[in-house]
Write a protein that binds this ligand. Structure first.
Ligand SMILES: *Cc1c(COP(=O)(O)O)cnc(C)c1O
Length: 432
């Protein structure tokens, strides 16, 4: 018999907390089997794309300087295009993060006088400055690109009549955020994104439909480009980097959308031809290879957290049994102490920086203090076990990542133990 209890005890996990976790895990085996099946499907998809594009050992090497004829870079972009069923892709370490990838996709495909529409409510925080919802230097607004927004209905549905009314002669590009991000609206399934795109194309066939795919990749067996999206955009320090990519972003889509983005990323005339990959390509390839199973591990961690905290009596989004379309889990504690104890528990489970204690701080760009737990091999990577929460009502924490399920499990058990030790939840929690 492997003595797991003893191992957990060394991390300060009591027998009660451990047993509670085991009981919940036992009830999740069927869910986990389904997640494994999706991971298996997507693993084969990735291998197939790599084989179709003849990935070779030479592709793992990089170039320097201008980066002309970078075989590995060009092949990797073909792999992404094959994987996402698009005409082309741009996958670069010179794309610094998800926000940069999204800004690039928008700025390169919109021209002065055009209008951008979000039919799914307010976009991710950092995009507010890109668009100019919050005044910012270099925003789309400064370049004469206007923005309109149609919120989701109270029940989370699309406001089809509102969207029809918002589409006008100027509407050039529609941005659809798949993940709820740090909001309480539901994450959109790929099927729902498909319905929305079909409606929008019905009203205006030539409008570009872009999907912010952050946190969504490999959660389902299809991606938004399988249901009509012209362009999907994401970060390599989230799902598709598989925890190995140390930087980067991607844009996959129509030849024209990708070409526009490439001319903007480098320079008109140069486009995809330049941009040395240096020594980074093997981490991009191997990360993509691992991404389906890494995403599955993160997903299992999120579902475990949802069930642990739901059964302990807290509000969780998504709930313990809902189908999943991204890897983010929200838990509402209702008190600052709960948010802080949770984040400190996640930090204490880290391999890197486990000995530091995160505290709330005044983060630039936020109204309230924020606490963040991140002990990551890649700084700020949120496919790795991480959590953060604003110290403001409703005092919710957002949890995501975990390269392996055992790590995610340890993190969740540490959070629960911390809440018990600090008497934020009573020791009879398991009978709640
Ligand atoms: C993370 C994220 C972004 C921004 O990515 P960064 O890499 O943090 O700049 C944009 N949209 C969504 C939905 C995200 O989850």
């Amino acid at each position: 018999m492997i003595d797991l209890k003893k191992q957990y005890k060394q991390f300060g996990i009591s027998e009660e907390v451990y047993a509670y976790g085991e009981e919940i895990l036992a009830s999740l085996q069927e869910r986990f089997r389904q997640i494994d099946a999706v991971a298996e499907y997507n693993q084969l998809k990735v291998i197939r794309a790599m084989q179709t594009c003849s990935v070779s050992e030479a592709c793992l090497l990089g170039t320097t300087g201008y980066g002309y004829n970078d075989l590995g870079r060009d092949t990797l972009e073909k792999v992404y295009a094959a994987l996402f069923h698009t005409e082309d892709a741009l996958v670069r370490p010179q794309i610094t993060c998800g926000t940069h990838a999204l800004a690039l996709a928008l700025m390169s495909n919109l021209r002065p006088g055009d209008e951008l529409l979000s039919p799914v409510g307010k976009p991710y925080d950092t995009l507010e400055e890109v668009i100019g919802i919050r005044e910012s230097k270099g925003s789309l607004k400064e370049y004469g690109i206007s923005y309109s927004q149609v919120d989701l209905l109270a029940d989370g549905g699309f406001d089809y009549e509102g969207i029809r009314a918002a589409i006008n002669d100027k509407t050039k590009l529609v941005t659809i955020q798949r993940s709820k991000g740090y909001q309480t609206r539901p994450t959109l399934s790929v099927a729902r994104i498909g319905e929305l795109i079909q409606f929008i194309k019905g009203v205006k066939p030539d409008v570009i439909c872009m999907v912010d795919n952050c946190y969504g990749e490999f959660v389902e067996t299809i991606e938004p480009t399988d249901v009509g999206a012209d362009m999907i955009v994401g970060s390599l320090i989230k799902n598709p980097g598989g925890g190995l990519a140390p930087i980067g972003g991607y844009i996959a889509g129509t030849r024209e959308c990708v070409e526009n983005a490439a001319y903007r990323l480098t320079s008109p005339g140069l486009g995809k031809e330049v941009g040395a990959s240096l020594g980074i390509l093997s981490s991009f390839y191997e990360g993509l290879f691992l991404a389906p199973t890494v995403t599955a591990n993160a997903l299992k961690g999120a579902i475990f957290a949802a069930n642990v905290y739901e059964k302990t009596g807290f509000a969780v989004v998504p709930d313990g049994s809902e189908s999943r379309h991204d890897i983010i889990q929200a838990v509402t504690f209702g008190t600052p102490d709960g948010v802080i104890a949770f984040c400190q528990g996640i930090q204490a489970a880290a391999s890197v920086d486990s000995f530091v204690t995160p505290e709330p701080w005044d983060m630039p760009g936020y109204d309230s203090q924020v606490i963040m737990a991140a002990g990551a091999f890649v700084s700020g990577s949120s496919i790795e076990l991480s959590a953060d929460g604003p110290i403001a009502p409703p005092y919710a924490v957002y949890f995501q990542g975990g390269l392996t399920f055992p790590h995610a499990k340890l993190g969740i058990l540490k959070t629960l133990q911390n809440l018990v030790d600090k008497k934020i939840i009573t020791s009879d929690f398991c009978r709640a």
